[in-house]
Design a protein around this ligand. Structure first.
Ligand code: ASP
Length: 597
């Protein structure tokens, strides 16, 4: 590589980005840096497609160019993914390619220098690779070099940048909170980091910046935000990552409405800037109980209807013993009816629906295809002759040709079973229109959930969430909280709440959660202390950026929008983390392993 010129630019260094060359650059002398994407030998003339992050341009080698670091001899020729510096002149192409942004021009090379050689890649560096996922993750640097992955990373950067700007424009402060900290109760297991200086003590990596952002409010740092990395050691279900990024925020002197308004503005600005899409100025809302009763889910996909219906009045004397008994015993009978659904679901397909119902806790699946007779009409058809059937059709607003699915049991069971069936019916019959962005606030979540396993209450959101009323009168099992979620097309994008800003209420909530005074002091003493030093009323929210970016790109998996994701076994295949460490390193942090692993 040559020496640096007076201008500070070495001879090999680029003057232009490869993918940005246009007709306006014709006759310019340029230096390009990038990778060999493709080569074609056309009778002594070499056509190279050269690639950088901005795109691909055609480079023509006529044979008269100066060659540095390569030749036409075997073992010395240019290979895919070699890194080059090309000096040349931009010319108008005789045969333009209208498909490519740079398709009007080509670069006639005068000097071609190899800056770095590439081994044969284990998979093609091309759009939409069908290479094995593990191979791609192991060689993530090559995977990320593929144009579609580059586009995803570029979009993510643009999206996060737009969101950051939207916060800054609204006078928010970007403040970083620590990574080495104490446990934050978001309901998952902590990643622990042993302390070298304090034998036997551990830091926890944050599950969220929750406590710190509340303390920032006590500190007077009204309106904070952060692009925050969070760590949760959970069994990884299909699309989760042990570390993920959320856009976390908190405001002082606000209530629910203020948070909704700020986020509607911020998401609107971000979508306009990054997606060129205009969202409605306010988002729809449902209380938690409405969401459960109508959709059987606290993250309902409202792009299609198929709502749940409570059939108590009809079922109590419908003539079908199982249903009558359920209602008499205080349980529920609920149903969904799918307009013209009968034809979509053959007997085999009904088996699949039944399987899904059973997986969600049902004993079986009662269904009815009104208008059909015999086995084709479904297991409860024989009870529907005459009046019960007619009354049911009227109650459901259903008709011949529809498909009716029932669930009987506790309301939670009916919600779960019918909620899942509802999603399945919509997917199986392509009921969901593309291009819809159904943002929805789900509000007034329950304050507590009863854990049968632990025989105690747990927080539905987290223990810092305010109850519906500060006096906390009434049965904890029926207490609503001031927590809210933002849902997009059936995905929970984020959660937040009005917080407890009074030490006495916070203590009471801890008590209800079974956290005794000593434990409160040990774990949250600093928070209780802070709340006792002039804590403003405050509220906040955090949105999962990985999921939101994936949804914006129409992707099912967040792995494609995370540069270096982990596998379902929480491993990084590229750097092989986690790994063993040297004995001395363990000794330094006062750890001895139970057995050789
Ligand atoms: N800390 C919560 C979470 O990470 C968000 C919030 O309540 O602001 O889910």
């Amino acid at each position: 590589m040559g020496s640096t010129s007076k201008s500070g630019q070495a001879a090999w260094q680029r003057t232009h980005r490869i993918g940005l060359l246009r007709e306006t650059d014709v006759d310019e002398k340029v230096v390009l840096n990038g990778w060999v994407a493709k080569r074609r030998n056309m009778g002594g003339i070499y056509f190279l497609d050269m690639r950088d992050r901005f795109g691909v341009s055609q480079v023509v080698l006529t044979g008269s160019e100066e060659r540095i670091g390569w030749s036409m001899d075997e073992g010395e020729i240019l290979a895919p993914e070699d890194v080059l510096s090309v000096v040349g002149t931009v010319k108008k192409r005789e045969q333009p390619n209208d498909e490519m942004p740079t398709g009007q021009i080509e670069v006639i090379a005068e000097r071609v220098e190899v800056l770095s050689r590439s081994r044969l890649a284990p998979f093609e560096i091309e759009r939409d690779s069908d290479a094995n996922v593990e191979l791609r993750l192991r060689h993530r640097y090559l995977d990320l070099r593929r144009p579609d992955m580059q586009e995803k990373m570029i979009f993510r950067s643009k999206f996060v940048g737009a969101m950051r700007n939207a916060f800054l424009e609204r006078e928010f402060l970007e403040i970083e909170t620590p990574m080495l900290t104490r446990a934050t109760p978001e309901g998952a297991r902590d990643y622990l980091v042993p302390s070298r200086v304090h034998a036997g003590k551990f830091y926890a990596l944050p599950q969220s910046p929750q406590i710190f952002k509340q303390i920032l409010m006590v500190s007077g740092m009204d309106s904070y935000f952060q692009v925050a990395r969070c760590f949760r050691d959970e069994d990884l279900r299909a699309d989760r990552q042990p570390e993920f990024t959320q856009l976390d925020m908190e405001m002082s002197f606000v209530e629910e409405e203020d948070i909704y308004a700020v986020w509607e503005g911020i998401v609107g600005d971000t979508f306009r800037e990054a997606m060129d899409l205009e969202l409605p100025s306010t988002f729809a809302r449902l209380t938690w109980i409405e969401a459960m009763e109508r959709y059987g889910s606290d993250k309902p996909d409202t792009r299609f209807e198929l709502e749940l219906q409570n059939l108590g009045d009809w079922a109590k004397d419908c003539g079908f013993g199982v249903f009558e008994k359920a209602v008499a015993g205080g349980d529920r009978v609920m149903a969904i009816s799918m307009p013209n659904g009968a034809e979509h679901f053959s007997r085999g397909a009904m088996k699949a629906l039944e399987k899904l119902a059973k997986e969600n806790g049902a004993f079986g699946l009662a269904w009815w295809k009104p208008g059909l007779t015999g086995g084709a009409a479904g297991p409860v058809a024989k009870f529907m002759d005459g009046d019960p059937g007619a009354r049911l059709l009227q109650t459901l607003g259903a008709k011949e040709g529809d498909l009716v699915l029932f669930s009987a049991g506790s309301k939670e069971l009916c919600w779960r079973v019918l909620g899942e069936l509802r999603l399945h019916l919509a997917k199986a019959t392509n009921l969901i229109e593309a291009g819809k962005w159904n943002f929805l606030w789900v509000t007034e979540f329950p304050m507590f959930e009863w854990s049968e396993e632990d025989q105690r209450y747990t927080s539905s959101h987290h223990p810092f969430t305010a109850p519906e009323s500060w006096d906390m009168a009434g049965n904890p099992a029926h207490m609503a909280s001031r927590a809210y979620d933002l849902v997009l097309n059936g995905w929970e994008l984020g959660s937040g709440s009005v917080r407890i800003h009074r030490a006495d209420v916070q203590q009471k909530v801890f008590e209800l959660l079974g956290i005794r005074e000593e434990e409160q002091k040990a774990k949250f003493g600093f928070l209780l202390e802070a709340l006792a030093h002039g804590a403003p009323p405050h509220a906040g929210f955090a949105i999962g950026l990985d999921r939101l970016v994936a949804l914006c790109l129409g992707l099912d998996s967040i792995r494609d929008v995370v540069a270096f994701p982990k596998t379902l076994q929480a491993t990084d295949l590229m750097c092989e983390a986690p790994s063993t460490v040297e004995a001395q390193s363990l000794k330094d942090i006062h750890i001895s392993l139970e057995s050789e692993v």
